[in-house]
Write a protein of this length. Structure first.
Length: 288
């Protein structure tokens, strides 16, 4: 089956043609500008390719109620040009194929659970730490949705004792995204994370916030594997700091051998699909 896939991000749309096994035949990248500029290029890429279904992993918030009239419509995003844009409806209308939509982090979790570093687990959580902080979850092959989609990047975290930074989230100030995203790191320290690799204070503080979040997710969702991706997690030494903080914060309360010192390296892991987690996840979504 020939499938279409779109990873719709804040800076770029990755569009691909592939199949139900996660194989990508052809791919292109289109800058995320306004819908009037970006979407015609998306339609042109898929025109004549013979795709039978389309899967989309999109930035949010986005309406995921498949029974609603506004399914696949972008909601109150900071990307003002995209607010109320009917992404799924416009693709369905222009390409004439069925369209399935989920969040970008949910489809990344889906692909990691099928073909990546969580393929041996029945449930997994995928968290991306970059321009924003977002997380998605898969349980028994199905992404987690309910009232809306999870907004795990906006949970409340306890402030580090040495941190006077007010946070950058326009809605909550010092939520997880407001304190631990890439732009938060740059605003707090005056340099981008990539230029702060050798400063232990930066990454000890970052691990403090991210580990708090993981502990909350472990308590609430109890995932069998946690995959952490995104630009900030390119600082590979951060994994060790996060794992140690998670064990310390749990204090042995959750009884699982996966959370002890001998196995935590296999529990909190980087993506197995690296930069293709999103687009392969959109293929996995399309095949469903």
């Amino acid at each position: 089956m020939k499938l279409g896939a779109i990873e719709a991000g804040g800076t770029k749309f990755v569009c691909a043609v592939g199949n139900e096994y996660g194989e990508v035949f052809e791919k292109t990248t289109i800058p995320t500008e306004s819908p009037q500029i970006t979407m015609p290029k998306v339609y042109d890429f898929f025109a004549g390719k013979g795709v039978e279904r389309m899967g989309i992993g999109s930035f949010g918030p986005i309406d995921l109620d498949e029974n609603g009239d506004s399914y696949g419509t972008i909601q109150k995003t900071p990307k003002i040009d995209w607010v109320d844009f009917p992404l799924a409806g416009e693709i369905r209308k222009n390409l004439g194929v069925p369209v399935v939509v989920d969040t970008d982090v949910n489809v990344a979790a889906l692909s990691e659970s099928q073909w990546g570093n969580a393929k041996d687990a029945d449930s997994c959580l995928y968290i991306t730490v970059g321009t924003g902080v977002g997380a998605g979850a898969v349980v028994n092959g199905t992404t987690l949705k309910g009232l809306s989609h999870p907004e795990m990047g906006h949970i409340v975290v306890k402030r580090h004792e040495n941190d006077e930074f007010t946070g950058i989230c326009p809605y909550h100030g010092d939520c997880l995204e407001g304190m631990a995203s890439g732009p938060a790191i740059e605003k707090r320290w005056g340099k981008a994370g990539k230029d702060l690799s050798g400063d232990p204070a930066v990454w000890e503080m970052e691990a403090h916030y991210l580990a708090q979040a993981l502990v909350s997710y472990i308590y609430i969702l109890s995932p069998e594997r946690i995959v952490m991706g995104g630009g900030v997690m390119q600082q590979e030494h951060l994994f060790g700091l996060i794992r140690k903080n998670v064990m310390d914060m749990l204090g042995g309360y959750v009884s699982s051998p996966k959370l002890d010192a001998d196995h935590i390296n296999e529990y909190i892991v980087p993506p197995g699909l690296t930069n293709e987690a999103g687009i392969k996840g959109a293929l996995a979504l399309a095949k469903k």
